[in-house]
Write a protein that binds this ligand. Structure first.
Ligand code: NAP
Length: 310
C-alpha cells in the first residue's frame, strides 16, 4: 500500500484533500500532520494516522513522515517565512525515504513576478528538486473563493472594490478544483517531475468580476482604481498588518498588506495572466469558472447585500 503523508491536514485545503482520499478508500493509507492532533480526532476515527509535527520544529518532522511514500506538502500560511518551514518538511521527507513530493505552489514562480508569495514558492520548488525525491508542482492560480467569499462581502458592504490592477487579468480557480488536481496526482501514475499551472477557465479582470458580483447580489459594486500607496492606506485603515502575523486575522481573514499589494501589482503587470486546461487534463472534467462560483453562492452574496444596505 502506498502511504501518503499530508501537511496542513487540518486546514481548508488539507481537509478537502483528506475527504476525497478517504472517499476513494484510502483513509488507512493517510498520515496527517498537525501541531494539534486533537483537531483531527475525527480523522483518527476514519482510520487515518494522525501525527504531531511542526514546520518550526524540524526535529518533529522526521518521525511525523516516517513510513510515507508520497508527501502532499501543502504550503504553510506565513508568507515570507515559509522557506525554512518547507525546507524542514522536504529534508524530513528525503531522510525518511519519501519518493515523491507533491507541492502546492503558485501559478507563476519566475523572478519577474513581483508577488511576494512567488519567492517562497520558487525557493521551495528549488529545494524539492534538490532533495532527490520525485516532484510535482501544482502551481495554483488565485483562489476564486478567497476573492469572492472572503473579500467579496467587504466589496458588497461598501459598494466599492478598491484595486491597483488597472485592468490586468488572471484566471482565478476554484480551490476545490486545485484539490481535485492534487488527488489526481496522488492517485494516478505518471506525474513525476512535472509542473502544472492550475487555473480557472477564463482570463478576467476585476471590472469583469465586479460586474458579475453586482449582478448576483443585486447591488452595484464600483471598481475604483488606485496605486500601491492607495492600497496600503486602505489596508492600514482596516487594521490589516503589513507583514504576516501567525494566528492573527482581521474580519476572519489572515490578511497582510505586503502580500496583497504585491499581488495586485503582479496582476497589473500581467504576471498572473496565465490560463491552462490542466484541471481538465488532470481530473477529466472542465475547470469551474468564477461565474459558477458566484452562482453557487448567490443566496449568500444577496444576503450580504441586504444585511449591509439597511
Ligand atoms: N492561490 C491562492 O489564492 C491561495 C489562497 C489562500 C491560500 N493559498 C495556499 O493554500 C495553502 C493552504 O491554505 P488553507 O486555506 O488550507 O490554510 P488554512 O486553512 O489556514 O490551514 C493552514 C494549515 O497550515 C498548518 N500549519 C500552519 N503553521 C504550521 C506549522 N508551523 N507547522 C505545521 N503546520 C502548520 C495548520 O496546521 P495545524 O494548525 O493543525 O498545525 C493548518 O492545517 C496556504 O498556505 C497557501 O499557500 C493559496
Amino acid at each position: 500500500m502506498t502511504k501518503i503523508v499530508i501537511t496542513g491536514a487540518s486546514g481548508q485545503y488539507g481537509r478537502m484533500a483528506t475527504d476525497r482520499l478517504i472517499a476513494k478508500g484510502l483513509g488507512e493509507d493517510l498520515i496527517l500532520i498537525t501541531r494539534t492532533p486533537s483537531k483531527l480526532e475525527d480523522r483518527k476515527r476514519q482510520g487515518c494516522d494522525v501525527r504531531y509535527g511542526d514546520f518550526d520544529k524540524p526535529e518533529t518532522l522526521v518521525e511525523a513522515v516516517r513510513g510515507a511514500d508520497k508527501m502532499l506538502l501543502i504550503s504553510g500560511t506565513r508568507v515570507g517565512a515559509r522557506i525554512p518551514q518547507h525546507k524542514a518538511a522536504v529534508d524530513a521527507a528525503a531522510a525518511a525515504g519519501v519518493s515523491h513530493i507533491i507541492y502546492t505552489s503558485f501559478v507563476n514562480v519566475e523572478e519577474s513576478n513581483p508577488a511576494i508569495v512567488a519567492i517562497d514558492h520558487r525557493e521551495t520548488e528549488t529545494l524539492i528538486k534538490a532533495s532527490g525525491c520525485a516532484w510535482t508542482f501544482l502551481r495554483d492560480a488565485h483562489y476564486a473563493d478567497a476573492m469572492i467569499l472572503n473579500a467579496g462581502p467587504g466589496f458588497i458592504a461598501s459598494g466599492v472594490w478598491l484595486s491597483s490592477t488597472k485592468g490586468g487579468r488572471e484566471a482565478m480557480v476554484w480551490r476545490e478544483d486545485c484539490v481535485d488536481c492534487a488527488v489526481a496526482v496522488l492517485t494516478q501514475e505518471g506525474h513525476e517531475n512535472k509542473a502544472y499551472p492550475v487555473t480557472g477557465p477564463n482570463r478576467e479582470n476585476f471590472e469583469d468580476v465586479a460586474a458579475m458580483l453586482s449582478e448576483a447580489c443585486g447591488k452595484k459594486i464600483k471598481l475604483v482604481e488606485t496605486d500601491d500607496d492607495g492600497m496600503y492606506a486602505h489596508f492600514d485603515a482596516l487594521g490589516i498588518p503589513r507583514e504576516p502575523v501567525d494566528d492573527q486575522s482581521v474580519a476572519g481573514i489572515p490578511w497582510n498588506s505586503d502580500d496583497m499589494v504585491s499581488f495586485e501589482r503582479a496582476i497589473r503587470e500581467g504576471a498572473l495572466d496565465i490560463c491552462t486546461d490542466d484541471v481538465e487534463k488532470l481530473t477529466g472534467r472542465k475547470a469551474r469558472s468564477v461565474r459558477d462560483l458566484i452562482e453557487a453562492n448567490k443566496e449568500f452574496l444577496r444576503q450580504v447585500a441586504i444585511d449591509t444596505s439597511a
